[in-house]
Design a protein around this ligand. Structure first.
Ligand code: ADP
Ligand code: NA
Length: 340
């Protein structure tokens, strides 16, 4: 049996948004009371696409600030920066030799991110899911809180862990690690908003890279911006249904109800008990109020924290030392198992 341990990462690649918050960060906060948790700013993933170095430095601190401002306690948890712990890159190489090309060819996120000019995508973007497996397995993490878009990558991480355990089973046993060296990391995809959609288009997920700023609520948006975006959010002409089954073919309505439920810590049915049968305008006013109440203090605290980069760098430096203390012996064991 493996000791329960939580790992998750967020890329420093631009505006953190409500999807990142409800899909991932809000769960980081809840899990910190139950398990040992590592929350990582995955900056090595951020360079798989073209990036601006000064902007990257700024965004690394902003992601750490978002964790802390949302309530992740940097003393209780390990908040750190991926590039500062070399085990991620070292283990990724070994796991690149475990993962199969056919497995990576099935990754839908690569197809989306590489676009039409696939020949010109970076090799890093292609092997990104293997680095993600290394991120998790370097700590033998057992639980990974993520949004639904990461489900396929988590399945790959499990396949890689299993193949490593199988390929090296004799060596693993010989070195005294029993039957399995790596755990099978389990995705925690939970809550009313595991896939937050664009406010402009119910068929696309809310994303940092959407050129339309009105498509997402950024964690640093002020009350006026949140109000304007929610009021302009696309809906359909029907009133809200009174049962969740009535949301099924209505992605925009379902999205807003899910956002309300996740922000309020209630179920979608609870939301419909209050707003079902009513018009969107009244529901949107309530949603604005809830979103401003919940997100306003987080945005303000993020701005306060990033104004003192030295303090954030200190937290990240301390986190990297603590992360390294866990990953280093695991990596040493992997090297022994492989025969290095
Ligand atoms: P992005 O996809 O915005 O570039 P990341 O890849 O860094 O962000 O993802 C950080 C976390 O946020 C992951 O757990 C991911 O699943 C989650 N996430 C990203 N977008 C959404 C969304 N629209 N809805 C729910 N969760 C999301
Ligand atoms: Na993502």
């Amino acid at each position: 049996a493996f000791q329960p341990r939580v790992f998750s990462g967020v890329q420093p690649t631009g505006n953190l948004h409500l999807g990142n918050y409800l899909g991932a960060i809000i769960k980081f906060v809840a899990l910190q009371h139950e398990h040992e948790c590592l929350y990582c700013v995955v900056d090595m993933h951020a360079i798989t696409v073209p990036q601006d170095p000064q902007e990257l430095t700024r965004t690394i601190r902003e992601v750490a600030a978002a964790f802390i401002a949302s309530g992740v306690d940097p003393k209780k948890n390990i908040i750190f920066n991926q590039s500062q712990v070399s085990a991620h890159a070292e283990l990724a190489w070994i796991l690149n030799c475990t993962a199969r090309i056919g497995w990576l060819n099935r990754m839908t996120q690569f197809k989306e991110k590489a676009g039409k000019d696939r020949e010109n995508a970076s090799v890093g973007l292609y092997v990104y899911p293997v680095l993600m497996a290394a991120d998790i397995l370097a700590y033998k993490a057992t639980h990974v809180p993520v949004g639904e878009d990461q489900k396929q990558h988590l399945e790959l991480a499990r396949d890689i862990a299993q193949k490593f355990n199988n390929d090296f089973s004799a060596s693993i046993a010989r070195h005294g690690y029993g039957e399995a060296f790596f755990p099978q990391p389990e995705p925690l995809i939970q809550g009313a908003a595991t896939r937050v959609m664009s406010l402009r288009d119910g068929s696309k997920k809310m994303s940092k890279s959407d050129p339309s700023d009105a498509s997402r609520i950024n964690l640093t948006d002020d009350a006026d911006a949140i109000a304007a975006k929610v009021r302009k959010a696309k809906t359909d002409p029907e009133p809200l249904p009174s049962e969740t089954a009535g949301l099924e073919a209505r992605p925009e309505a379902e999205n807003l109800v899910g956002i309300y439920a996740a922000l309020g810590g209630i179920s979608k049915q609870d939301v419909l008990n209050d707003f079902g049968g009513g018009q969107f305008s009244a529901f949107k006013n309530a949603l604005v109020e809830l979103a401003v109440t919940k997100l306003g203090p987080i945005g303000a605290e993020m701005k306060r924290l990033v104004a003192d980069p030295g303090s954030i760098d200190k937290i990240l430096g301390d986190g990297a030392e603590r992360a390294d203390a866990i990953a280093r012996p695991n990596l040493a064991a992997v090297k022994d198992i492989v025969g290095f």
